[in-house]
Design a protein. Sequence first.
Length: 209
Amino acid sequence: MKTEKDNNSFHRICIYGGSSDTISPVYTEAAAELGHLLAREGTGIVFGGGKTGMMGAIADAMRAEGAEVIGIIPELFNTPELGHQGLTKLIVVDTMHTRKAQMAEMADAFVALPGGFGTYEELFEILTWSQIGLHTKPIGVLNVQGYYDPLLDLIEHSRQHGFVYDEHRTLLMSGKNAAELLEKLKTYRTPDGLDRWVHRKGPQAGSEH
């Protein structure tokens, strides 16, 4: 899985996002906007396979334009109420762990749309994998209406107190709209010095504060 993007495009992006139906249309519209942009660039997605909330919005937008949309869903959630049956391909797996591993393996980059506990967990797991060197793929959040501002502030708070190294802070990008975020993902370069977290070489993060 340890791959680094070597051009200015993506074959497939892994999408994390909320499945709630009780959200403002501004969020689902932003998800659809990202979907349309990716489809027009010839980029596919792999996601959790749901048909509701943010997941359903981006999947529907992309399928409307004929783009590749691969869903990976645990058997537990493959129900008429939750599973999306209109995808390019829907892969049913046994566990959440299998689902996340396959999504990560199939993607060239990762984007977290607004979401809840599940989205946070997926985002931080893939960030941690980058931190410890399991992959070098770009990671970003779609910060619609400042949704992720509190989370980004918390990460900066952790950096200032030495719990997050400076170079690790740069592993997570954000964009207020689809075009801004996609441009940042395309220009991402893996920061130097990531291995000092393992070898404990050099100054600790936040030491200048």
